[in-house]
Design a protein around this ligand. Structure first.
Ligand code: HEC
Ligand code: HEC
Length: 299
C-alpha cells in the first residue's frame, strides 16, 4: 500500500478511536452520576395556607409560571402529573412530570413543606436525588414568601391518585439527563438566607416575573429569540425592541397576551405560547413585564 494512504488510514483510525473513547467516557460518566445524591440541609419554609397565601400561590402557579404546561395532561389542567416517551436519535426515555397534588402515595402528601420548597428552588428531590428537566434554576431566586405561597396552594389541591412510571432511559437517555445535554441542570446553590422579591412595579420586579415565568426557556436566555427543547416546538420570537415588540405600545402587548393575536394580526398557538394562562396576569404585572422587556438593549 502507498505510504501516504497508510498514513492517512492511520490518522483516520486514531481519530475514530479517540471519538469512540470520548463517547464511551461521556456515557460511563453519565451512568455514574445519574441521579446523584446531594447532601444538603433543608432551608426552613412553612407553607402559607392563609387565604391570601393560597391566592398568591394559585396566581403564580396558574398565570405567571404555568406549572401545568409540564405537570398536567393539558395546559391549565389538574396538576396530577403526566409522562411522555421521548425518542431523539439514539436517545430513548420516559419523562415523568411528577404528581403535585397532596395524594400521600403518588403525590406530595408525605413531603414536608421545606422539602417541596427545596425541590422547587434547589432542584433536589425528597430523597436528596438530583432532579432533571424541572426548571429549578429559574426558580432559584424565588422569594421565601412566593415559594411558601406556592407550597400553600399545592397543599390546598384535591389529592389525586395518579401512579406514574419512573423517569428512565436507555444509556444515551440517562447520559443526556445526567450531563444536562437537553435542558439545564436543576440543582442550584444551597439557599441559606432569606430571599425577598423586588418591589412590585419596578424593572427588577419585571425581570423577576420574566425569570420565574420561564419566558427565557423558550425565548432564549437573552430574550432575543429561541426555542423550547420540546420536539415539536415552534421558534419563539425576539422579545426585545429589535423584534416586533419594538413597534408595539404597552396596551398592544397586554392585548396580545390577553387575546393571542399580535398587532400584525398573527394568531399565537396556545399550545406553544401559553397566552390563555399568562393573559390572566394583572394589568400591573403585564405592564411591568413590558417595561422590563423595553429596557433590554436592542442590538
Ligand atoms: C419544563 C417542565 C416543568 C415545569 C414548567 C415545572 N416542572 Fe416541576 N418537575 C418537572 C419534572 C420533569 C420533574 C421530575 C424531575 C425528576 O424526577 O427528576 C419535576 C419535579 C417537581 C417536583 C418534585 C416532585 C417529585 O416527586 O420529585 C416539584 C415539587 C415540582 N416539580 C414542582 C413544580 C412547580 C410548583 C412548578 C411551577 C412553579 C413546576 N414544578 C414547573 C418539570 C417541570
Ligand atoms: C413553552 C415556550 C414558551 C414560553 C415559556 C413563553 N413563550 Fe412566548 N412564545 C412562544 C412561541 C413558540 C411563540 C410564537 C408562537 C406562534 O407563532 O404561534 C411565542 C410568542 C410570544 C409573543 C409574540 C411575539 C411576536 O413577535 O409576535 C410574545 C409577546 C410572547 N411570546 C411573550 C412571552 C412572555 C412574556 C413569556 C413569559 C411570561 C413567554 N412568552 C413564555 C413560546 C413560549
Amino acid at each position: 500500500m502507498n505510504t501516504w494512504l497508510k498514513r492517512g488510514l492511520l490518522v483516520v483510525g486514531v481519530l475514530v478511536g479517540v471519538l469512540v473513547l470520548a463517547v464511551g467516557a461521556a456515557v460511563a460518566y453519565g451512568q455514574l452520576t445519574y441521579r446523584r445524591t446531594i447532601e444538603r440541609d433543608l432551608y426552613p419554609i412553612e407553607a402559607d395556607t392563609s387565604p391570601e397565601g393560597i391566592a398568591r400561590g394559585k396566581y403564580l402557579v396558574e398565570h405567571v409560571i404555568a406549572c401545568s404546561g409540564c405537570h398536567s395532561e393539558h395546559d391549565g389542567g389538574v396538576l396530577s402529573g403526566t409522562f411522555e416517551n421521548v425518542s431523539l436519535g439514539p436517545i430513548r426515555g420516559t419523562i415523568s412530570f411528577s404528581n403535585l397534588t397532596p395524594d400521600v402515595e403518588t403525590g406530595l402528601g408525605a413531603w414536608s413543606d421545606a422539602e417541596i420548597a427545596r425541590a422547587i428552588r434547589e432542584g433536589i428531590g425528597r430523597d436528596g436525588r438530583e432532579l432533571y428537566i424541572m426548571p429549578s434554576q429559574k426558580f432559584h431566586k424565588m422569594s421565601d414568601a412566593d415559594v411558601a405561597a406556592i407550597v400553600g396552594y399545592l397543599r390546598s389541591l384535591e389529592p389525586v391518585r395518579n401512579e406514574l412510571p419512573e423517569m428512565s432511559g436507555n444509556i444515551f437517555g440517562k447520559t443526556a439527563l445526567a450531563l444536562h445535554l437537553l435542558t439545564p441542570g436543576a440543582v442550584g446553590d444551597p439557599i441559606t438566607a432569606p430571599r425577598v422579591a423586588p418591589d412590585p412595579g419596578t424593572l427588577a420586579y419585571g425581570e423577576y416575573l420574566v425569570t420565574i415565568g420561564l419566558c427565557r426557556d423558550c425565548h432564549g436566555e437573552s430574550l432575543r429569540g429561541g426555542k423550547s427543547p420540546a420536539a415539536d416546538a415552534l421558534p419563539a420570537p425576539n422579545l426585545t425592541s429589535s423584534g416586533h415588540l419594538g413597534a408595539w405600545t404597552e396596551a398592544q402587548f397586554i392585548d396580545t397576551l390577553r387575546f393571542g393575536t399580535t398587532p400584525e394580526g398573527r394568531l399565537l398557538d396556545p399550545e406553544q405560547m401559553h397566552w390563555p394562562l399568562y393573559g390572566q396576569m394583572t394589568d400591573e404585572d403585564l405592564s411591568t413585564i413590558f417595561q422590563y422587556l423595553r429596557s433590554l438593549p436592542a442590538d
